[in-house]
Design a protein around this ligand. Structure first.
Ligand code: FES
Ligand SMILES: [Fe+2]
Length: 341
C-alpha cells in the first residue's frame, strides 16, 4: 500500500529540457524527462537492450535516448527507434519499459509507483502557506540514513530539541512543564501544545518579545508528511512541512519546506532562517544515523514515556500501511499529556 501514494522525487526547476533526471524511490531507479509537449514523464531507468541507465542519456525531440547504443523511448515508455536497425525498425507495444504516473504541485514532481488498489485517488499534501501573500519560503532537501516513520517521529518530537539542538530551541537549565492534547484521528496524528511560552532559545526575544502563550501544533498525515506550526505572536508565523520519502531500504530523502511570515523582517531574516534550518537538519541527520545503526544491530524495541504517545501512534499507523491495511480504520483516540522540557 505504501507504493500507492504520491511522493516528491525532484523539484521541477531541476528538470531541464534535454537532460533526463535519475531519481530513486523504494529501491527503484526512475528516469524523468520532458516530452515534446513539456509533460513530465517517468519511466524505469533501464534500457531494454543492454541495461544502460537511461537517465545518463539525453532527450532528443522529446524522446529519451539511451547513452549506450542510442535506442529511443517515447513518452509512454515504448521503444520508438533503434539506430542500428535504421528505418526498417517498427515499434511494437511489447517493446516497452515501465512508465509511472507523475503530478506537479508546489514546485515538486510527485510520482506514484502503483495505482491505488481501492480505486481512490488523493492528491499530494499541499504545503501550507506556500505562495500565500506575505509569506516567504525556503526549501531544503536532505538524505537521512533512517526509516520514514522514525524521521516523521523526529520532526514532531519536542523533548529531543533541548539535547540535539541546544540553545537553538530550548535551554536545558530552564525546564518548563508543558501540556498537550494528542489525537489519533482518521489515520492522522494531531498534537496541540497548550501552555508554551518560550521555545526558540536565543531567538525567543525576537519571535515572542512579550512571552505570550505560543500557538503550537504538530501534525502527522499518513503516510509521510509532518507539519509543525508556530504562531509566536500575532505577527510571527512559522511552518515546517517535511515529506519523508523512502529511497532505499535504509535511506529516506526529506523535503523540508519552511513557510513563514515575519512581516517587516521577512527578507532580512531569510538567510538566517535558512542557515538555522540547515543546522538543525544536520543535527537531526546525525542523531538519526545513530538510531539507525543501533536499530540495525539490535532491532527496534522502544521504551516510550507519555510524551512519546504521538510516536506510538505514528508507528501504529505506519505498521498498518506496511501490512496493506487502511490506517483510517484505526479507532480514533485522544489523550492529554504532561511533560517537562
Ligand atoms: S543498452 Fe541502451 S541502447 Fe544498448
Ligand atoms: Fe530535531
Amino acid at each position: 500500500m505504501l507504493k500507492e501514494f504520491w511522493y516528491p522525487v525532484a523539484c521541477i526547476k531541476d528538470l531541464k529540457e534535454n537532460r533526463p533526471l535519475g531519481v530513486e524511490i523504494f529501491d527503484e531507479w526512475i528516469a524523468i524527462f520532458l516530452d515534446s509537449s513539456k509533460n513530465v514523464v517517468a519511466v524505469e531507468d533501464r534500457c531494454l537492450h543492454r541495461n544502460a541507465r537511461l537517465s545518463k542519456g539525453k532527450v532528443v525531440n522529446g524522446e529519451l535516448t539511451c547513452p549506450y547504443h542510442g535506442w529511443r523511448y517515447c513518452n509512454n515508455g515504448q521503444l520508438s527507434s533503434v539506430p542500428s536497425e535504421g528505418p526498417k525498425f517498427t515499434p511494437s507495444a511489447s517493446k516497452c519499459i515501465k512508465s509511472y504516473e507523475t503530478y506537479l504541485q508546489d514546485g515538486y514532481i510527485y510520482l506514484k509507483l502503483k495505482s491505488s488498489s481501492n480505486g481512490t485517488s488523493r492528491i499530494p499534501f499541499k504545503i501550507p502557506y506556500l505562495g500565500a501573500a506575505g509569506y516567504e519560503h525556503i526549501r531544503l532537501i536532505h538524505k537521512f540514513r533512517a526509516q520514514v516513520p522514525n524521521c516523521a517521529e523526529n520532526f514532531i518530537d519536542i523533548p529531543h530539541t533541548t539535547f540535539v539542538h541546544p540553545k537553538i530551541f530550548r535551554y536545558e537549565q530552564e525546564p518548563q512543564l508543558i501540556q498537550s492534547d494528542v489525537e489519533l484521528k482518521d489515520g492522522n496524528v494531531h498534537v496541540r501544545y497548550l501552555n508554551e511560552t518560550s521555545n526558540f532559545g536565543i531567538f525567543s526575544k525576537f519571535l515572542n518579545s512579550k512571552s505570550s502563550t505560543i500557538f503550537h501544533e504538530d501534525n502527522y498525515y499518513f503516510p509521510n508528511v509532518t507539519h509543525v506550526e508556530y504562531r509566536f505572536s500575532e505577527k510571527m508565523h512559522f511552518n515546517i512541512t517535511s515529506q519523508s520519502v523512502q529511497v532505499t531500504k535504509d535511506e529516506t530523502m526529506v523535503y523540508t519546506d519552511l513557510t513563514y511570515n515575519y512581516g517587516f523582517w521577512n527578507l532580512l531574516a531569510k538567510p538566517f532562517v535558512r542557515w538555522v534550518g540547515k543546522k538543525i537538519i544536520a543535527q537531526d541527520v546525525d542523531i538519526m544515523r545513530q538510531q539507525s545503526d543501533v536499530t540495525a544491530k539490535y532491532g527496534q524495541q522502544f521504551l516510550s514515556m507519555p510524551s512519546d504517545i504521538q510516536h506510538v501512534f505514528i508507528e501504529l499507523i505506519y505498521d498498518c500501511l506496511r501490512n496493506d491495511k487502511d490506517p483510517t480504520t484505526l479507532p480514533n483516540r485522544q489523550k492529554r499529556v504532561e511533560f517537562w522540557i
